[in-house]
Design a protein. Sequence first.
Length: 450
Amino acid sequence: MSVVEGSQPPSDIARASDAEGGAHMQADELAIHGGPRAVTVEWQRDWPLIGTEEVEAVVSLMNQGILSIYDRSGIIAEFEDAFADYHRHGGNAPFAIAHNSGTSALHAAYFGLGIGPGDEVVVPTYTFLATVVPLLQCGARPVFADMDPLTLNISPESVAERIGSRTRAIVATHMWGHPADMPALLKIGDRHGLPVVEDCSHAHGATIDGRKVGTFGAAACFSLEGHKPIVAGEGGVLITPSRRVYERALMLGHFGRRIKDEVTDADLRPYVETGFGHKYRMHPLAAAIANQQLRRLDGRNKQRAANLELLASLLESVPGIRPPVTVDGTTRGGWYGFKPSYVSEELGGLPMSSFMAALRAEGVQVKKPGSPPLHTLPLFGLTRSQASSLNLPWAESLDEQPPPASKCPTAEETYPRLLSLPTFSGSCEEVIRQYAEAFMKVAASWRRLL
């Protein structure tokens, strides 16, 4: 995948020249030093968008007393069918299972693929923890791959280096809404006979060459919690083209009438009376909300994309800032996050904390993003003894010695430079332009901040 024409940032020389405070960037006194704020339009968090349709759908179910659904019927079946149809590719719709969270959907996907104790799975180090922790519940070991510094997604080159004799799958998160390089990852998977799982929790409706994410891998999972592009309050969805993965996922988390009705696999049928013990069903009220949200996903994605592409274009010429880049042939769908990079070297080494403090004084809602590289977190460095002392169910799958330190230098270098800005969703061009003005104002005054 190549970079969009014209999306390359200006050269360091041009940026440094701007940062010297040329005439076109003469700024007012910084707000942190007593000057007027650049952002005068008060922006309030505008997500989730809940309308009368969602309210009426929930009230209708409550009036009918439909608060639990034990099989594939009613609003659960309606939502699953709609979600599967939205992800139809090549004339075929995948199987879809509604879950009570994206995390449970991922657990079901890994179990559905047969991943178990002793298996290794190559995963992105830069992703939310819920992408990886369900693998531990399966007894598998995550092997962390580095990131692509441009898209922040898993690097195919790093994936290829991590594959070993015990590797059983590859996982890709479409981080902050930008699609991972699925064509490259599928080639690696095909070469080694490995399925690829897509974590689409940030990227509902995102596309690669017009094809929706979630339709590339052996299984794909979506989160529907309250900040996601489709909101259910809490919820998730698993989609897969494989009947076997579908039935195994049902057995893990949908015991009761549903597996008795749907599971046909001869190896699984003897256990349909009990299933395998988890209760991962989606609440009917959550399905009612999500069903309405799905109908407006494309329109809302289009609005948010217009807003954040405008913000990216306005920040492109600001010294010290690299706005997110969307590579050619892809769309970000819901743009779940807007995470520019800060380049302190272009502002005389101004610390990020000082830069952020000045922006906040100007009225910019800026913070550090969450989800640090997972290979740096204690949970993924446990020994068998440490895990046993915590009574963790996957302790026996670990070694007595600490696992070798993962080497993900790009993630370690890139993550500390990231900033997080609001994902403007409504009609808010004025405040977006004021945000850009605030960035230009602060960047032009870096000497005074130093």
